[in-house]
Design a protein around this ligand. Structure first.
Ligand SMILES: [Zn+2]
Length: 90
């Protein structure tokens, strides 16, 4: 039985604060200090953009920003393409 109370084992800890790669995916960063705040116990995740295939490995918070940023960009690109198709430009 898995419990939520299990302590994080040494193997699951990541002491890196930058430069994460595939080997770090699934580990936790115990503490990460940034200009915006201090993050504790963040999971390192591996995500990618389904539209353009870009990949990101890093803290959950940044992964969310990566996905959101790509979504926003591709939505904008899509909007641009649609308006061209409508013949509204030129
Ligand atoms: Zn993308």
């Amino acid at each position: 039985m898995m419990t939520q109370e299990q302590p994080v084992s040494e193997d699951d800890k990541c002491t890196k604060t930058e430069g994460w790669d595939h080997d770090d995916t699934g580990k936790r960063i115990e503490k990460r200090v940034t200009p915006n705040g201090t993050y504790y116990n963040e999971l390192i995740v591996n995500v990618f953009c389904q539209v353009c295939g870009a990949e990101f490995i890093g803290p959950s918070r940044e992964a969310g920003g990566f996905i959101g940023g790509h979504e926003c960009l591709h939505a904008w690109e899509f909007g641009q393409a649609m308006s061209r198709d409508d013949g509204l430009t030129e």
